[in-house]
Design a protein around this ligand. Structure first.
Ligand SMILES: Nc1nc2c(ncn2[C@@H]2O[C@H](COP(=O)(O)OP(=O)(O)OP(=O)(O)O)[C@@H](O)[C@H]2O)c(=O)[nH]1
Length: 326
């Protein structure tokens, strides 16, 4: 992934308008990047949302849904934290797995702090040990977070914190509950301490710079996986092909009307049948659900055109992977 260069940050008219108070930002203002890692279902997306204070990353009750890097930005009077929500680190099995892990490693080496999420309601397992070993090879400071603290007793939480302490070298250990908004501010403070002193990186009000197409694809993917995740965990990729605006009559006060064309790629005809459902009934539901989210995202009326295609072994096809943004 690429972070904005200094040129990009200062270029453009009003790039930082609204950010710089009359007297400039405080001398000790801190700004930088942090990313969240942890095994699937560890609570990374939920914590990102709690830190940013608005829903930007897409969460779900099932593992392995965060496939694209999504950033949220925390604005504070004393600093700014740009959050990168990484896909789950896991052992590579396919080319896709390999790409994801490369992406994660690149992210880890570029950020100013890493947040390692370890859910309090689960014992530390081989997945966590694998990530801990990976992190010990990084120079970036790591803040270990006991997530979902609200789900366990104080005794169990204490036990979990001790186990985290034994697992590696952390610059801090913080228990949080993203759902109950407990200790989220403490975590923000700790992370800001690790950011370099410098001016804000993004204008205030900006929550994510994830391209709209990626967010649209995520919304469709989420809707398409609803209820059938067991059958289609890794085999669905979504690509926004085209977005066009319909011409409008003069004086039409309604929001713009957009045609959004999206392709869903599966690996086998049987998976295509699952997505489409009997007589197309399921695909229609997927479309309705995703359309609502897309309309909210774009502030427009949307006609959503979904096509399901079989691309055999798309996970092993470097060209298709590239088109899909991996
Ligand atoms: N009670 C409680 N549940 C939480 C908390 N944080 C996350 N969860 C739940 O844990 C589940 C997984 O959370 P996510 O945020 O989607 O986890 P993730 O690490 O992003 O998962 P992947 O995208 O699979 O890597 C969801 O059902 C959340 O509602 C918390 O602080 N308290």
């Amino acid at each position: 992934m690429t972070f904005p260069s200094d040129d990009e940050l200062t270029a453009g008219p009003n790039a930082l308008e609204g950010l710089i108070p009359a007297g400039g930002w405080p001398e000790d203002f801190r700004a930088g990047f942090a990313c969240l890692v942890g095994r699937p279902n560890a609570g990374k997306s939920t914590l990102t949302n709690a830190l940013v204070g608005e829903k930007i990353a897409i969460t779900s009750g099932r593992p392995q849904t965060t496939r694209h890097v999504v950033r949220g930005i925390v604005h504070r009077a004393e600093g700014q934290l740009v959050l990168v929500d990484t896909p789950g680190l896991h052992r590579p099995r396919t080319l896709l797995g390999q790409r994801l892990n490369d992406l994660v490693r690149e992210t880890l080496s570029e950020v100013d702090a890493i947040v390692f999420c370890l859910p309090a309601d689960e014992k530390i397992g081989p997945g966590d040990t694998f990530i801990a070993r990976e992190l010990s090879q990084q120079r970036t400071p790591v803040v270990a977070v006991a997530t979902k603290a609200d789900k366990v007793s104080r005794e169990r939480l204490a036990e979990h914190l001790l186990a985290i302490d034994k697992l590696g070298e952390w610059s801090a250990i913080v228990p949080v509950s993203a759902v109950k908004d407990e200790q989220v501010d403490v975590l923000t403070d700790v992370l800001l301490e690790h950011m370099p002193v410098g001016p804000p990186l993004y204008p205030e009000g900006e929550l994510t710079d994830e391209p709209e197409n990626v967010m649209i694809a995520e919304l469709v993917r989420e809707a398409a996986l609803e209820g059938v995740r067991d059958e289609l965990p890794h085999s669905l990729a979504v690509l926004v092909e085209e977005i066009t605006e319909r011409p409008r009559e003069k004086g039409d006060q309604r929001p713009p009307m957009l045609d959004v064309h999206v392709n869903l790629y599966v690996e086998r005809p049987s998976q295509k049948a699952i997505i489409i459902g009997r007589g197309g009934s399921r695909l229609r539901e997927v479309g309705t659900r995703a359309r609502k989210g897309i309309e909210a995202l774009l502030g427009a009326r949307v006609y959503l055109d979904l096509h399901v295609r079989v691309a055999k072994d798309w996970q092993r096809d470097p060209k298709l992977l590239q088109r899909l943004g991996f």
